[in-house]
Design a protein around this ligand. Structure first.
Ligand SMILES: Nc1ncnc2c1ncn2[C@@H]1O[C@H](COP(=O)(O)OP(=O)(O)OP(=O)(O)O)[C@@H](O)[C@H]1O
Length: 235
């Protein structure tokens, strides 16, 4: 069995005539944070969806902990330890913060004693009895993250968590993601905010029109002619 947590090999995905992912190959190790960047429409969210099971790849394989998971539905992948946050946080607005976490926790029969530490981690212990609909966008993003954490993920797919947040809020999220990584949770972070990404990861994958253009440090990516051309072409 490979020591990698996740491996994508030759992944293709099309919608009708449009090829959205074209031979995507990469690996993620346990506890590693990998950034996924690229212009709008380059296939970042589709990559996340193919890993989480919301979509299935047309060709290629997705391996998780040494097992091929291509055909597993999303809930089975979640039980194996893959979960995600959403660009627009998906919280139950009429439930309290605590109830939101409890619902997610029940799906994996998490020990209820684990809920308070999650509320502490996401900084919402003081607002646990407020309804989620009354939270700020930043707090809803943290709650969305907390709901994913309640499923005890080994791999967290984080989709544009930084959008719309101020520098202080970004700081809190960056520190939290680093803390989770240090505990062994791997992450793929889709993000347009490159400064934010630079703080939390040493390796990025750049997609352009569904193809992998680059894999390496963000600093090297910013000097790569193909990467520059993809971003300029998309501007
Ligand atoms: N369900 C779908 N049906 C048809 N086309 C889709 C579907 N989902 C995505 N697409 C198309 O696939 C391409 C890649 O979309 P995707 O959302 O993966 O890009 P992205 O890199 O995440 O973009 P953004 O940065 O804007 O979120 C786009 O052209 C998009 O319009």
């Amino acid at each position: 069995m490979s020591s990698e947590l996740l491996q994508l090999a030759g992944v293709h995905k099309h919608f009708g005539a449009q090829v959205v992912l074209n031979d995507v190959n990469f690996r993620v190790a346990p506890g590693e944070i990998v950034g996924l960047v690229g212009p709008n429409g380059s296939g970042k969210t589709t990559t996340i969806n193919v890993i989480s099971g919301l979509l299935q790849a047309d060709h290629g394989t997705v391996d998780f902990m040494g097992h091929k998971i291509n055909r597993l539905p999303m809930h089975r992948r979640a039980r194996l330890g893959i979960n995600r946050t959403f660009q627009v946080p998906k919280v139950f607005r009429d439930m309290t913060v605590r109830e939101n976490i409890e619902v997610a926790a029940r799906s994996v029969r998490l020990d209820p004693r684990e809920i308070d530490p999650i509320l502490e981690d996401i900084g919402l212990a003081g607002t646990a009895s407020r309804v989620a609909g009354a939270l700020t966008v930043n707090q809803q993003k943290l709650l969305d993250l907390g709901r994913a954490l309640a499923t005890q993920p080994k791999l967290l797919l984080v989709d544009e968590i930084g959008a719309g947040l101020n520098p202080a809020e970004l700081n809190v999220i960056a520190e939290l993601l680093k803390k989770l990584s240090a505990r062994g949770i791997a992450m793929i972070v889709v993000e347009h905010l490159l400064d934010f990404l630079n703080r939390i990861t040493e390796r990025v994958i750049v997609l352009g029109a569904g193809r992998m253009l680059f894999e390496g440090s963000l600093e090297t990516a910013s000097r790569d002619p193909e990467v520059i051309a993809a971003f300029i072409g998309a501007a």
